[in-house]
Design a protein around this ligand. Structure first.
Ligand code: ADP
Length: 505
């Protein structure tokens, strides 16, 4: 990281459900680690508080030790709880481990405990820990619905008890996850749920007649935080125009801003990446071709090498690395498989479904295609493979229906994969069409607008022709996208400015 040092130093505590690489499900985990490390390198003190999920491998945590044994409230009882301290990717982490069944299971989400209640407990347990230890940061940074109750607990309870200094930032990574919660459930963390059933507090705007019984933790978090961030300027505009939270966001417009996520360029660096068979960079891209052949051979795909009957034919390899959920444009991903096959290209999907119907559909597709020499559908989560695939890819496909920010296109570009994306949210802020001649200096990929298959066809056709017919231009584009700075160095400063604007001096 370049040496930007701030002079006015802050103590920031992130309170989060995910943390890369030890408890990562999607982009949230990457963002907390990346932003945390960027602020740390600028001289600030950064801590992260995370549930001690049973699935976290303890050997991935450095210097792990028990630091506090205390009790935190849940549903009329005080639950004995351990707080551990450890270091992950250079950041100090406090792990909260209740003695009940919360956070047990084989994965971060989807355990057999009640998730809503577990995160209500966790949010309060973090404040309780600060109260007991007397640690008061300048900024408490909460993320998503899971920790959105914390601003309510802070301003309506702990601020009256003892905590005075912290001010609260909420980052919304995905507006679709509301944190649905009944008044009765909210009671379980010790708040009086009936006080929040009004439109100006936490009533879920989606319920007919605004049923005061149904609350949204995310909405409550928006109302009660000192500042609210979402993860790209375009998503900010989109969420102010339509969606269930529009009214709340408009009413809180003065404290609501869009800050584009960055990527952690230490973790995502083709010049040093230990997962790659060979390293490369924008000046010496040669290694990328070796990465492509390595992946092609490893997965049993045809390679230009083995096919060397016709050296003039270039086979573009397109990858799609994603959670397989509706938001990501599943019908477009399925369509891309067919189209890429027709066009004589190659496609690799690395994806994990969280619902059995989608899983079955993609399993059927995998059974159908994985015997071919050009398509691989890999239904799993693999950090290692994701690094290799970004490095091997000529293109990275992100056909999302909506996308608050999107990291796959930024990571892809860093590894020299030209993005093919739908124009929405953060994708619209980071990818600019090569055939749009109005801003040629920004051009870095292929963009389509519609959610229909024909729109995707157009962009993929253009990308494939460009790849096959203009190899020199293509190679120049590969080098250009690798040089784009989408790192946290570029955007962490915006968070620091925001923290400074709300902190108590
Ligand atoms: P979201 O947060 O909605 O999942 P993002 O694009 O913001 O989407 O972040 C996704 C992150 O998760 C990226 O780092 C991507 O490489 C990674 N990822 C998604 N699916 C997989 C998978 N099956 N295996 C490995 N990494 C994955």
């Amino acid at each position: 990281l370049p040496n930007i040092k701030d002079t006015d130093l802050l103590h920031i505590v992130h309170i989060t459900a995910e943390l890369a690489p030890i408890a990562k499900v999607g982009g949230l985990g990457d963002v907390v680690t990346g932003l945390g490390r960027a602020c740390l390198s600028r001289g600030h003190k950064v801590d992260i508080m995370l549930p001690f999920y049973e699935c976290i491998h303890k050997h991935n945590i450095n210097e792990l030790e028990l630091v506090t044994t205390y009790a935190s409230y849940h549903d009329g009882n005080w639950v004995p709880t351990n707080a551990y301290h450890g270091v992950v990717s250079g950041i100090e982490v406090i792990f909260i481990e209740p003695s009940n069944h919360f956070f047990k299971g084989e994965s971060v989400y989807g355990g057999s405990y009640n998730e809503l209640e577990a995160y209500l407990f966790f949010s309060r347990a973090c404040l309780e820990w600060m109260q007991i230890t007397g640690k008061e940061p300048d900024i408490i940074h909460v993320h998503e619905w899971q920790t959105s109750v914390l601003p309510l607990l802070y301003w309506d309870m702990y601020h009256y008890l003892s905590l005075q200094k912290p001010r609260i930032v909420l980052t919304i990574h995905n507006m679709e996850h509301y944190g649905e919660c009944s008044q009765e459930q909210l009671n379980k963390c010790g708040l009086d749920g009936s006080l929040y059933g009004t439109l100006d507090k936490a009533v879920d705007d989606r319920t007919i007649g605004h049923n005061p019984e149904r609350l949204s933790l995310l909405k409550g978090g928006i109302v009660y935080s000192n500042a609210v961030v979402t993860v790209s300027p375009t998503y900010l505009t989109e969420t102010l125009c339509s969606g269930w939270l529009t009214r709340t966001l408009m009413q809180n417009r003065d404290k609501y801003i869009g800050i584009l996520n960055g990527i952690d360029t230490t973790i995502w660096n083709p010049a040093t990446d230990a997962f790659l068979p060979i390293n490369y960079d924008a000046l010496k891209v040669g290694g990328k071709k070796i990465c492509k052949q390595f992946v092609q051979k490893g997965l049993g795909l045809a390679s230009e090498d083995t096919e060397n009957n016709n050296a003039a034919v270039r086979i573009p390899l397109i990858v799609c690395i994603t959670r397989l959920v509706a938001q990501k444009g599943l019908h477009l991903i399925r369509h891309a498989i067919k189209l890429v096959e027709q066009l004589g290209g190659q496609m690799i999907i690395l994806g994990k479904a969280s619902n059995t119907q989608v899983e079955r559909e993609f399993e059927d597709l995998a059974n159908l295609h994985n015997k071919d020499s050009n398509i691989r559908i890999l239904l799993m989560y693999s950090e290692e493979l994701s690094h290799m695939l970004y490095a091997a890819a000529d293109m990275v496909l992100v056909p999302s229906i909506y996308e608050p920010c999107g990291l796959a296109q930024m990571i892809g570009m860093r590894y020299g994969a030209v993005p093919v994306v739908r124009k929405t949210g953060g994708l619209a802020d980071t990818v600019f069409d090569i055939d749009d001649h109005s801003q040629p200096e920004m051009a870095n990929g292929f963009v389509f607008e519609g959610i229909d298959e024909e729109s995707l066809d157009g962009a993929l056709h253009r990308a494939f022709s460009y790849y096959q017919e203009k190899p020199n231009d293509w190679n120049r584009t590969v080098q250009n996208v690798m040089k784009i700075d989408n790192s946290w160095n570029n955007t962490a400063g915006k968070y620091i400015d925001l923290y400074n604007s709300i902190r108590v001096k």
